[in-house]
Write a protein that binds this ligand. Sequence first.
Ligand code: UDP
Ligand code: MG
Length: 330
Amino acid sequence: MTLIPAPSGLPLKLTVVVAAFNEAQALPLLHPRIQAALALVDGLQGRVLYVDDGSSDDTWSVLQALAAADSRVSLLRLSRNFGKEVALTAGLDQVSEGAALILDADGQDPPELLPQFVQLWQQGFDNVHGTRIAREGEGWLKRVTAALFYRVIGRLSRTPIPADTGDFRLLSPRALAALRQLRERQRFMKGLFGWVGFRHVALPYRREPRMAGGSKFGFWKLWNFALDGVTGFSTAPLRVATYLGLATAGLAFAFAIWVVGKALLFGDRVAGWPTMMAVILLLGGVQLIALGLIGEYLGRLYEEAKQRPLYLVESWLPAGVAQGAEDEPA
Ligand code: UDP
Ligand code: MG
């Protein structure tokens, strides 16, 4: 495929950024696919950056072997497992020139679409995001909950977060520079990509089954991820608590008038114990929910206030550096 050269006449630069956590089996299958995809675009100066997110299997040695055989490969290893959002941030932080294409390490985001991403970037888009038209090899429960989540967050968030769109995307240099300014600890990357704005376009694709290994996201992790997304991009739950409180107070007021009126008219024979219990329990529950909601936001505020670095780097091997030579990250 031949592309129009960059307007400035400079070569096109692209770094494929892959976050990997215990992906020793998938990476050797993925790398040749990335190499082939990079070769599809004429005049492209392609690089690949793998971020080892504190894997406990052979991922790091597999990556070192890949880097030893391909001088375009850079490696970054974090000091422990920080989670995908932070691992991606660490990778994107290292992309100092050109655009970045984010891929999953398990081959679910087909690297073969790279030329289409580059083409849209060259047409002037800053954020080319892969939107799933199908998810293969994933159970119905995951598909249904994911679809529901994207709808809910789409409604709640004031930042546009496109539905069925993950981290598979190309970011132009200016979108990357903008993203680098967002240093919040609670990172919901899909929201941050949307917050940055600029020109974005969807590239529909079919999500493939995982090539090897198992998913790193169980349901509990996904639930917490969803909470991070909602609390990070919407304060609607806090407002719901307020309205719930107002509605309950209104109802309680009407009920009080009725109870007092009844006692005045017909006398009070100390009845109504079940009603009282019901009201106490209901109000107690509502109060605890509201407190929990406030706690969710407060806890995140606490994380933010500590101002810890987002991640720590154990090793940084820039492209072309022989295995073993390690220096500080740029
Ligand atoms: N991943 C990561 N750190 C983690 C968990 C996952 O870097 O703590 C990477 C993982 O190696 C993969 C991507 O994030 O490249 C998506 O993970 P996975 O395929 O397990 O998620 P799923 O596709 O099942 O939602
Ligand atoms: Mg996957």
